[in-house]
Design a protein around this ligand. Structure first.
Ligand code: FPP
Length: 261
């Protein structure tokens, strides 16, 4: 990762305690459009702009990785026209934004089952991954046709096959062996999940990876999610006490005062 200039970071954020990885569920695009009397498509377009702005902000503030839930395994159940629109939008964005992403030093990767995506979209995804592989300013990881349960079932199946072939002993299967089979192998787990639009669910997103992730829910619809809202999320994140199942190592100031008085 390139050295960061934290000069644009809001003063009340501690640059040493920023999340290394933010996962986002970009919810509320459809409602944003409907409330304005616009077709749902308009909300997705606006959502794509909000994502670009969010990514730029991560880069400016020194947050190395952003994983965005663009299309879930359940999203195929939407009307055909909306699914088609989203697939075309992904392809157009990858095609039209690549040059700018290169200029900004964005590395792009994907997670999810690509096998049911169109050949042209897969080709665009592959090109994007190859051409941005050496960039290091910020990492955008896009979840397309992603579902955590599918990811975990596939991982278990791969481990079972190795056992069956005699290349793996069942007693050697542990958390890290399983993680090696996930789409996210080699990536740090998200420190912070942001979900917009007031929904308070994980919706089959990174269930294994988010075992210790801090969850942040906001009523703001994704197309309206901007820098100031990311700032709010980060302030709340930095006020959380992440214990990972341990007990607090620091003694609260109130207790210190009570004992010394
Ligand atoms: C959820 O809102 C949003 C989506 C299913 C699509 C999100 C996709 C983008 C913002 C484009 C990003 C593109 C790339 C290449 C990363 P919703 O439709 O569920 O909203 P609703 O809950 O109001 O109906």
């Amino acid at each position: 990762m390139s050295s960061q200039d934290f000069s644009s970071l809001p003063k009340n954020l501690d640059p040493t305690r920023l999340p290394s990885h933010i996962a986002i569920i970009m919810d509320g695009n459809g409602r944003w459009a409907t409330r304005r009397g616009l077709p749902r498509f308009a909300g997705h377009r606006k959502g794509a702009n909000a994502l670009k702005e969010l990514l730029r902000c991560c880069k400016d503030w020194g947050i190395p990785t952003l994983t965005a839930y663009a299309f879930s395994t359940e999203n195929w159940n939407r009307p055909r026209s909306e699914v088609q629109f989203l697939m075309n939008l992904f392809e157009q964005l990858l095609c039209h934004e690549l040059a700018e992403m290169q200029r900004e030093g964005v590395k792009i990767t994907f997670i999810g089952d690509v096998s049911s995506l169109s050949a042209s979209l897969r080709q665009e995804m592959q090109r994007t991954v190859q051409e941005t592989a050496c960039n290091s300013a910020v990492h955008l990881n896009v979840a397309i046709n992603y579902g955590s349960r599918h990811e975990l079932v596939t991982a278990c199946r791969q481990l079972a096959q190795q056992v069956q072939q005699g290349t793996l002993d069942a007693s050697d299967i542990d958390a890290s062996r399983l993680e090696e089979q996930l789409y996210t192998a080699g990536m740090p787990d998200p420190d912070l999940l942001i979900r917009t639009s007031g929904e308070m669910r994980l919706s089959n997103y990174l269930l294994w990876q988010m075992a210790y992730t801090e969850l942040y829910f906001t009523d703001v619809l994704f197309p309206d999610f901007d820098r100031s809202m990311l700032h709010d999320a980060l302030v709340q994140y930095q006020n959380r006490d992440r214990r990972f199942g341990k007990i607090a190592l620091t003694v609260p100031q109130t207790l210190v005062n009570a004992v010394s008085n």
